[in-house]
Design a protein around this ligand. Structure first.
Ligand code: DGL
Length: 276
């Protein structure tokens, strides 16, 4: 007998909250658990092996909390760990469970969005070095030209609550100037890191008005809807009491402060060791 459980949303820190917000809007009755591995964030500059190891530990922990479905709301983990988890770990742990990422759903939208056929990706050093976006885009839309820019400072600005500061303006301007110098024909810009929507007001000031800026929350919510329509057996395993439970590997007090500002209501997170 299968006991329905919550949908789990995982990120290295606060960034996945930008995905959770849209998931909660789209599925108000679902139970959600969120786990931010803030104590070990950022993941963006870490090696493939370390990101895989941290993500695998989180996946185990969330499965033990009876999640049947986990969303890796982190591009870095999606780029560096998702494939191995799906192909190697899941068949061993429990082939009926699912771990989904954020890169593929974002790429699927691109064909309909770009008019010039020139798109750009902003991401962590890890996501950009993995080339996951160009590879996926090339599979689905070989005619689209892709430029990328790694923004290694941006996650730290968000994690350290500096995302509205002068420092944020400095680094955002620097990376966007680099990008548009390399790729002036860009008409569609993907924020390929779930932390970046928190920098949106700053980003907008440094992007030409004609460029469409895509953040991933609504895309991931639509894609989950589509997935559950195609997989009613998974939809049946999701418990639906509308609860939201937050876990962080850091001190909850700091997490509560930032997450509450971002989600607009009080958060009372629980401490969780990621490497149990
Ligand atoms: N939110 C993660 C992402 O989407 C941030 C990665 C990090 O911790 O550097 O890539």
């Amino acid at each position: 007998m299968i006991h329905p459980g919550p949908v789990a949303v995982f990120d290295s820190g606060y960034g996945g909250l930008t995905i959770l917000k849209d998931l909660m809007k789209a599925f108000p009755d679902f139970d959600f658990i969120y786990f931010g591995d803030n104590a070990r964030a950022p993941y963006g500059n870490r090696s493939f092996e370390v990101v895989y190891e941290y993500t695998r530990e989180a996946v185990h922990t969330l499965f033990n909390m009876n999640a049947h479905l986990i969303i890796l709301a982190c591009n870095t983990a999606s780029a560096k760990a998702l494939r191995t988890i799906q192909q190697v770990d899941l068949p061993r742990i429990d082939p009926s469970r699912r771990v989904l990422g954020v890169i593929r759903p974002s790429v699927e939208q691109l064909g309909a969005l770009t008019k010039t056929g020139h798109v750009a990706i902003l991401g962590t050093s890890g996501t950009i070095a993995s080339n996951s976006y160009p590879i996926e885009i090339n599979k689905l839309f070989p005619h689209i030209k892709v430029e990328q820019e790694a923004c290694p400072m941006w996650v730290s600005l968000v994690e350290n609550n500096e995302y509205q500061s002068e420092g944020a303006h400095f680094f955002v301007k620097k990376n966007l100037e680099n990008l548009f110098n390399k790729a002036p024909k860009t008409d569609t810009l993907i924020l390929g890191c779930t932390h970046y929507p928190l920098l949106m007001p700053v980003i907008k000031q440094h992007v030409p008005e004609s460029v469409r800026i895509i953040s991933q929350g609504p895309i991931v919510a639509d894609s989950l809807k589509d997935y559950l329509d195609r997989h009613p057996e998974m939809a049946a395993k999701i418990s639906r009491s509308g609860t939201r439970t937050f876990y962080t590997s850091e001190y909850p007090s700091r997490f509560n402060e930032t997450a509450s500002i971002f989600l607009g209501n009080d958060i009372d997170a629980i401490h969780l060791d990621a490497n149990l």
